[in-house]
Design a protein around this ligand. Structure first.
Ligand code: BGC
Length: 398
């Protein structure tokens, strides 16, 4: 059943206004311009739900489709839930398709949405390079392409990048490890995301910038990557150098890969390489898997382990003292930014830009959002009081 395009516009405008009102952008000014452009309607505020139906309708047509990478990680279920909340608040079911870790399925999803007549595609690529073909198909069909959270690489068929500040994610993880370490010779274990995900490189880059001086001054000693040891005197790494390290310590964003790698690293390490250890884990799912492996090793007396995403299971781990920190990337903000950008395109405008990210072919316009470090000390304030997760979902919360 086809929904009225005009109704969708109205809904998107309302969602945009409501979400803009929620704030969360990097600068207060940043979230305002899109609302400001709708100012003429503002004087007749009650008309907001009706306005699109009558007067301004002809300028804007089309709808939005969303493609997310996998249902197998809680992170992307979060995004699905938040997208649904944002759209359904206004009575509209946005179509959200999952690629289940398969680039061929992702392309088929994009083609299905194109054939349904979408005008804007919001896509989080499973594989940064493989998704280029799908983006190019969308572009050829006149669809605006918003690459969501992860950058699509090596194509010019990307219009906008909705993202968090991923350098800041890696830097926050590394900073946390550095803040918890005293003295010298602290064993450091490095883990990274999937090499097919551009973010894995950006997270690692952000972390390396903070960790490298602490490796150079002897605070940390890398225990599980000969490639990282070979590069440890370099303050800044090239992408190829990062790829060498990531190739050795990748979790592929998979819990079982993370667990097996951590176990293999622990088996290879001597008791002297253990003790009080520091672990750069790239996200929450892999952090829990890696933490479980380290917790089970009798020669590990304590560990500090990072994460990201503020997944519920990891919030519980933090409360229980099994994971040290996570980086909250408020998905409500990302969804807000994505809808605001989509509405801008539907209105024939250009979304606001504060940054660009080079994708190997072009500089993609973007407006990255801030991230928040969360540990036991601020978990209640950052995650519960902010309304991100309900207190009732956890036990042992102080
Ligand atoms: C996202 C993370 C996520 C990871 C694994 C990254 O691209 O930014 O939030 O944990 O992919 O899905």
């Amino acid at each position: 059943m086809k929904k009225s395009l005009l109704a969708l516009l109205g809904i998107l405008m309302i969602a945009s206004l409501a979400l803009t009102a929620c704030g969360g952008g990097t600068t207060p000014a940043a979230t305002q311009p899109p609302a400001a452009t709708e100012a003429p309607a503002a004087t007749e505020a009650p008309a907001a739900t009706q306005a699109p139906a009558a007067t301004e309708a002809p300028a804007v047509t089309g709808s939005v489709g969303v493609v997310l990478p996998t249902k197998d990680e809680p992170r992307w279920i979060q995004d699905e839930t938040r997208f649904k909340e944002a759209f359904s608040k206004a009575g509209y079911d946005v179509e959200i398709l999952f690629s289940q870790g398969d680039s061929a399925k992702e392309k088929a999803n994009v083609e299905a949405l194109i054939s349904k007549g979408i005008k804007v595609l919001i896509i989080c690529p499973q594989d940064a390079n493989a998704a280029a073909a799908a983006a190019e198909e969308a572009r050829a069909a006149g669809v605006k392409v918003i690459t969501y959270d992860r950058l699509i690489r090596d194509t010019d068929a990307v219009d906008y990048y909705v993202t968090f500040d991923s350098i800041a994610v890696g830097a926050a993880q590394a900073q946390y490890l550095g803040d918890k370490a005293t003295g010298t010779g602290n064993p450091l274990y490095l883990y990274a995301g999937a090499a097919s995900d551009n973010n894995a490189f950006i997270f690692f880059e952000g972390a390396w910038e903070v960790l490298q001086p602490k490796i150079a001054d002897g605070t940390f000693v890398i225990k599980n990557s000969s490639e990282a040891v070979a590069l440890q005197d370099k303050a800044t790494l090239t992408r190829d150098e990062e790829a060498k390290i990531i190739g050795q310590v990748t979790t592929d964003w998979k819990f079982d890969v993370a667990k097996n790698l951590a176990e293999a690293n622990l088996t290879a390490a001597s008791a002297a390489d253990k003790g009080n250890v520091f672990i750069l884990a790239p996200n929450d799912g892999t952090a829990r898997a890696i933490a479980d492996a380290f917790a089970a090793d009798k020669d590990v007396s304590s560990y500090v382990v990072t994460g990201q995403d503020a997944e519920e299971a990891s919030i519980q781990y933090i409360i229980d003292g099994k994971q040290s920190m996570t980086v909250l990337k408020d998905v409500r903000t990302l969804v807000d930014d994505a809808i605001t950008a989509a509405v801008a395109y539907l209105e024939g405008k250009t979304p606001e830009q504060t940054n660009t990210y080079n994708n190997g072919k072009i500089d993609v316009p973007a407006k990255p959002s801030e991230v928040v470090t969360v540990d036991k000390d601020n978990v209640k304030e950052a995650v519960i009081d902010s309304g991100y997760w309900p207190a009732s979902d956890f036990t042992g919360l102080q």
